[in-house]
Design a protein around this ligand. Structure first.
Ligand code: HEC
Length: 150
């Protein structure tokens, strides 16, 4: 009776030990694979940085003569995605984060580019101004993910 118990315990002990080593191996393998993948993706599909010539006479803040606090607010809260003069934080260079951020910047600029304001029609400007008020009031802009890190 006692012997049987001892054998069972020994068996359990060995099984656990085996599972533990196996688990450690898998974990080690998973971590090194993840690391390798992270390194590889840094070299594929690097998003291009925005480097378009800036025409100050077309800039929304200049066209509408927005100054002071309001000017700073737009520049710091909106210009990273809605202008040709974004500021790139260090983590914007790291894939896959860079892909996600680039997507926001590209998409945001497509919808509304403060640096191109001067070339918008009057109708488009009026519409965009309405949208700006709506989106900001509704808390949709700046994007919540952006607000969390700024
Ligand atoms: C992190 C990037 C980011 C920031 C910062 C940001 N936006 Fe946007 N914005 C977007 C993206 C992406 C879209 C398009 C998709 C959407 O509406 O969610 C957009 C769309 C908009 C639209 C809608 C345009 C239309 O005609 O439908 C308005 C208006 C807008 N943003 C205003 C602002 C304002 C004002 C700020 C600053 C207070 C701001 N955004 C900051 C990314 C951003």
């Amino acid at each position: 009776m006692k012997k049987a118990r001892l054998v069972t315990e020994l068996f359990l002990y060995i099984s656990f030990f085996k599972i533990e080593t196996m688990f450690k191996k898998v974990l080690k393998y998973a971590i090194s694979s993840l690391f390798a993948v992270m390194v590889i993706i840094q070299f594929i599909a690097r998003p291009e940085k925005v480097a378009e010539p800036i025409d100050p006479s077309k800039d929304m803040l200049a066209v509408l003569s927005v100054t002071g606090e309001m000017n700073t607010l737009f520049q710091t809260a909106c210009y990273d995605c809605h202008s040709n003069q974004p500021e790139y934080p260090w983590y914007s260079n790291i894939a896959p984060l860079s892909w996600w951020i680039d997507d926001h910047m590209e998409h945001g600029k497509e919808e509304l580019n403060f640096s191109e304001w001067g070339s918008y029609s009057k109708k488009r400007r009026d519409h965009k101004l309405e949208e700006i008020v709506e989106e900001t009031e509704a808390g949709k802009m700046p994007l919540p993910s952006y607000r969390r890190v700024h």
